[in-house]
Design a protein around this ligand. Structure first.
Ligand SMILES: Cc1ncc(COP(=O)(O)O)c(C=O)c1O
Length: 450
């Protein structure tokens, strides 16, 4: 899995900010002024470089070239969460993610000379596809550097929308360094996936459209990777609805912005379902916007992300990737906090591997008791299995597969273990079957998936 770091290389998540500076929004334990002059050698931008006017201008600029996605009310998710839930379907963009907006805005703000020389990025994710698609459409050569370890399917997806993929190094950091080197050598323009006002302004157009369709939101819950999306959206929220709660969400495995804002040190890394927000070091510019305009950041578990992906497919019939489900995951995890409120969630991406999606759905069925593997100890004699199967029939539980194990068990030679994979209507039906089997003196255990 690739991990983007704003500075290129980082083994740890974003470090705590220096303390002793002014406090802005209440929830931050530590705040720091990152308001550096635009003329600093690193040309680091600050929150002041992103205004609602920038975002309105971005909306005009990209109008017609990105999909004007709908924001729709979800009756069933509202019932489940006891909040009033509105969903913005950014997974309906051509490359299935909101990233196109920022990439396109950055491309359109570049002068002709830069555009003709070409742009470069280091990413194996949604940014590379958005930049490749719009760059190619506009006649701008796009180079994307990815580590050699990148799955072929991601290389092909980027090439299919026009990107010229350069494979370099073993890790994402190697690829990043190489991209910065090519930027210098070939006179290309590096387009950052999140830490630039032009990119964040493009992302902010998501909020302009969302508030147009759902003008009565109390709160938005927005995924944070490096922080570009929430920087743009929070800027719109603060300008149009000063009292709106703006909440960010990160995966528990990658709490980089959360730590940076709170001055905490937590483990950071792992195989998250939400690789779109698996960022180890948050941006400097985005940190300054978040410090100024975001109220809180929540963390969500892998189980919550899986559940949210499954619910969105089952209920809304829409495919989201892990990062795209993070807002709903946060809502499901914090029901009491958001009960009774009108909440806006962005389904910010839909690029999920189909085999991974299949696994997520099956694991969700297992967690909810609709799919199970029961391990039953039997005596090795004719009719033993048949009697057990009659119990399944009596409880109307469907058998999918039977694994009868005589050799590889720790039981005596006359014993055997049978694993029966089955599907039930719900957990109650499954529990009734297990109770009935135990009443008949069978040893039964449900094999846990996680
Ligand atoms: C689907 C999806 N959601 C959220 C994000 C996070 O965006 P940001 O880095 O702007 O916080 C990304 C970033 O690539 C993404 O692809």
């Amino acid at each position: 899995m690739q991990v983007f770091t704003a500075s290129g290389v980082s083994d740890r998540c974003g470090k705590a900010l220096p303390s002793g500076t002014k406090r802005t929004r209440d929830w931050f334990m530590t705040t720091a002024s990152t308001d550096k002059p635009a003329s600093s050698p690193l040309a680091i931008h600050s929150a002041a470089d992103l205004t609602i006017e920038d975002i309105r201008a971005a909306a005009d600029r990209i109008h017609g070239a990105v999909v004007r996605t709908p924001t729709l009310h979800s009756k069933t998710l509202s019932d489940i969460t006891e909040a009033d839930v509105w969903l913005k379907f950014e997974n309906l963009q051509f490359t299935a993610a909101y990233k196109e907006r920022g990439a396109l805005n950055a491309l359109l703000l570049m002068d002709e000379e830069r555009r003709s020389r070409g742009v470069i990025a280091a990413s194996a994710g949604n940014h590379s596809q958005g930049l490749s698609y719009h760059g190619t459409r506009l006649g701008v050569p796009v180079t994307i550097v990815m580590p050699r370890t990148t799955p072929t399917v991601k290389v092909m997806q980027t090439e299919s929308v026009g990107g010229n993929v350069v494979l370099h190094g073993e890790t994402f950091d190697d690829a990043y360094k190489h991209a910065r080197q090519l930027e210098q050598e070939m006179g290309l323009t590096f387009v950052h996936p999140f830490d630039h006002p032009h990119v964040a302004a493009g992302a902010g157009t998501v909020a302009l459209e969302m508030f147009e369709d759902a003008p009565d939101l109390d709160c938005i819950i927005t995924p944070i990777g490096g922080g570009g999306l929430i920087s743009g959206m929070s800027t719109v929220a603060r300008a149009l609805y000063p009292d709106m709660d703006v909440i960010g969400v990160q995966a528990e495995l990658f709490p980089s912005m959360y730590m940076s804002m709170r001055g905490e040190d937590l483990p950071c890394g792992g195989d998250t379902l939400a690789e779109g927000i698996a960022v180890k070091a948050p941006g400097d510019f985005t940190s300054s916007v978040i410090r100024d305009r975001v109220d809180d950041i929540l963390l969500v578990s892998e189980n919550a992300l899986e559940e949210a992906v499954s619910l969105l497919l089952q209920i809304e019939k829409t495919v989201v990737e892990g990062a795209g489900s993070a807002g709903l995951a946060a809502l499901l995890t914090n029901k009491e906090r958001f009960a009774g409120k009108t909440i806006g969630l962005v389904l910010c991406g839909g690029n999920i591997d189909t085999r991974l999606l299949a696994n997520v759905l099956l694991r969700d069925l297992a967690r909810s008791g609709r799919l199970a593997r029961l391990r039953i100890t039997l005596q090795d004699r004719p009719g033993a299995l048949f009697k057990v199967m009659r119990e399944f029939e009596a409880h109307n539980v469907n058998i999918i597969e039977i694994y009868h194990q005589r050799i590889f068990t720790s039981l005596p030679a006359k014993g055997l273990v049978t694993d029966i994979e089955c599907e039930a209507r719900d957990r109650a039906q499954l529990d009734a079957l297990i109770t009935a089997l135990r009443t008949k003196n069978y040893t039964v255990a449900a094999v846990e998936s996680n």
